[in-house]
Design a protein around this ligand. Sequence first.
Ligand SMILES: *Cc1c(COP(=O)(O)O)cnc(C)c1O
Length: 356
Amino acid sequence: MTPVHIRPAVQTLPAYVPGARSTGGNAAKLSSNEMPFPPQDSVLAALTAAAGGANRYPEMTGDTLVEEIARRHAVTAGQVVVGNGSVALIQHVLDTVCDEGDDVVLPWRSFEAYPICIAVAGARAVPVPLTADGRHDVPAMLAAITPRTRVVIACTPNNPTGPALTADELAALVEGVPQSVLVIVDEAYLDFVTDDAVGDALTLLADHANLLVSRTFSKAHALAGMRVGYLVGEEDVICAIRSVSTPFGVNLPAQAAARAALSPQALAETARRVAVVVAERDRVLAGLGEQGWRVPDAQGNFFWLAVGEETTALAEHFRAAGILVRPFAGEGVRVSIGTPAENDRLLAATAAWLTR
Ligand SMILES: *Cc1c(COP(=O)(O)O)cnc(C)c1O
């Protein structure tokens, strides 16, 4: 035990469990919701070229990247802040608005980074259970708001269960939250959504100064290793968050890679790859349905097997079949969509599990 004072909130932090990493061989890495494709050639060229200038600091707040993101979403540069992955930005948001002991309402089970960020900020997590089919319970989330609530978080599509909020649910959530309470809508997987009823929080920004939309280059853009995320919101809120953010938080090659990923050609290729993943997702979900699995609506690049007490055994079964997944002990297993061959292996393993 160190004699150094460690904040009690830090001593009791839940661990962030990263998805298992491949230790070589040909294991299918379906544990971290990454794209099964490498970065695009143009993106790789840009980041490699930028690395040659790494003796210099990058732009401190990534202004050129910020301008390009703003143009893409038809907002002002003052409405965008970039960070070292959206997880870092979520921490910056909570550090910006939460005082010690304030409440943060969040759906649960959801992204495991949220409770950690909330505790680090000295705030208190108020988890609101998902519905039986893995969806946000918007009325219950609104009912959980009290005068102590500073932030409400939504995750759409929800990691790890898969469903996304409809436009009506999203509007009801944003309109039901008091104007002094921040709403963070984490849309890390929005690119994979195919259900037309699903909402996009960016469309609500004009009418809601307390709304923050979180996006990332980690998923559809296939840049998880580069660590770039961004928030879009009202200028004063974004300005405050920028003042809290780590200086030079997005490194030089990462800024270059993200900018290259926003070129029209790269965006077109990203859309094509997303379409491949989505087609595979729908094929896998249909296959699971035929096998008799009941799976929540999957609008991201992953799906959820709510096997409860059998979670650890199922994850071990997958591992023995050369498939790495993300188990949540006692709750279920999250599986990412991989290449067609990996998905075939997965379907064989789920079939074998049922007849074991
Ligand atoms: C993967 C993921 C992110 C992305 O986080 P980065 O720090 O940008 O890599 C954000 N939110 C959710 C819900 C995720 O699953």
